[in-house]
Design a protein around this ligand. Sequence first.
Ligand code: SAH
Length: 508
Amino acid sequence: MSEGVVWLVGAGPGDPELISVKGLRLIQSADAIVYDRLADGRLLDHARDDSILTDVGKIPGRRVNRQEDINRLLVELGIAGKSVVRLKGGDPFVFGRGGEEAEALVDAGVRFEVVPGITSAIAAPAYAGIPLTHRKLASSFTVVTGSEDPTKPDTSVDWEALAKSSDTLAVLMGQSNLRVIADALVRYGRGPQTPVALVQWGTEPYQRTLVGTLSDIADRAAAAGIGAPAVTIVGDVVGLRDAIRWFDNRPLFGKRVLVTRTRTQASALSDMLTQQGAQPVELPTIEIQPLDDYAELDGALKNAGTYDWVVFSSANAVNIFFERMQALDLDPRALYGVQIAAIGPATKSRLLAYNIIADFIPTAFVAESAVAELNALGMDGKRVLLPQAEIARDLMRAGLAERGASVHAIAVYRTVTPPDTAERLQEIISGGIDIATFTSSSTVSNLVELLGGNTDALKDATIACIGPITAERAADLGLKVDIVAAEHTIAGLIEAVESHFEEDVKDE
Ligand code: SAH
């Protein structure tokens, strides 16, 4: 049996991209992952399919899993020879009880390593535009727990010394004692006007920041309803936020954006939205399903060399086409001499993944214009293979045939609505939607169908469409379209949405 190892890994403060390269690599290879409430669930998507995942999240106020139980679990897994990731929010050794877990592992003779993480003490202020030190304003900072009441005689935090010595304070777990902590700092000599910021859910698209002073922050926090998890930053550096905030003043920050595409395609749009600070909520209204019978495609693939052109109108078509090719023991040389067209950049890059450089990419991504551009290449008498969705618009086939091409349109995949979609949509709607995005007319039709034809639920949402055809369908179905992307790509859509919201930045 191989020797077990436990890695105490810092997951970072919230944004799943803020984990270390080493931490991510270990998640990808671990036999078992033991994780906390504050470690982001999206990190677990990287785990092996057969990894043993255990949630030991402690719900505040409820002792569901006592620390001793967690220690025992880690020791047992280690002794069983597993490679174990103990994933903890922020840094494992900053108020994470990682020290105690390490002690338990040492006592049991289980090998362990520590992978530090980005602590919320630093990340939350950073994402609020507050540097903890600054040449002119602060040359020291202290990270301190606020979970102990400073007025209790047995407190282990020397607030008097902190008030006098540390320029900046970053208080973790201080929400419930905020008032007594602020009072204590004033009593021990900090000016009542000292700026204070509370940053809740730092680095997340729903991060909230509240700024006040030692004298009023507790009242303000109560009024704004800011609770845990939050970092409280005390000191003059808080004043820098106005000038250097960068995260929560971006146009799409915090906006809940409905993303309706297939699950795989949604991720590209969602990722880009997340980069802009938005909060994508995915409703995959279309699922791509393979067909039961590929006889027709297989026949065409075996004679691929007899076509003059293959026109790929979607990345899905590319995937299925080349997967079938592999299943038939063919490789891209079967396409020797055949010209290849790709409609849209996503289709083009999907082809590149199969080492195919498209010969022709129409400048327009709208089918009507793409047909015209293809016809301009001289399609008369040409044999064209057109792998497409089962219910594709007939436009491409008809448009090419009209100009003399002999077009072989083959259905290569089917689009269906996933079964739990209607319930998921109701959930999303009750959470509120700021922006609804549509990347094809079928995403609009599917959504409106799921709503039973009644678009009231979207009447306060900004409706953004990837192009004119999609916008037309949306308008036909009763949606008021606010944004139509000038460039009909995912990036173009994001850009259009962003400029729509450019002026509209709010603060608390
Ligand atoms: N090991 C963690 C801290 C665990 S203690 C770290 O290094 O960040 C839990 C406290 O961390 C919370 O009460 C809160 O004060 C702080 N915290 C954790 N994540 C946070 C976040 N995303 N935003 C603000 N505060 C956070």
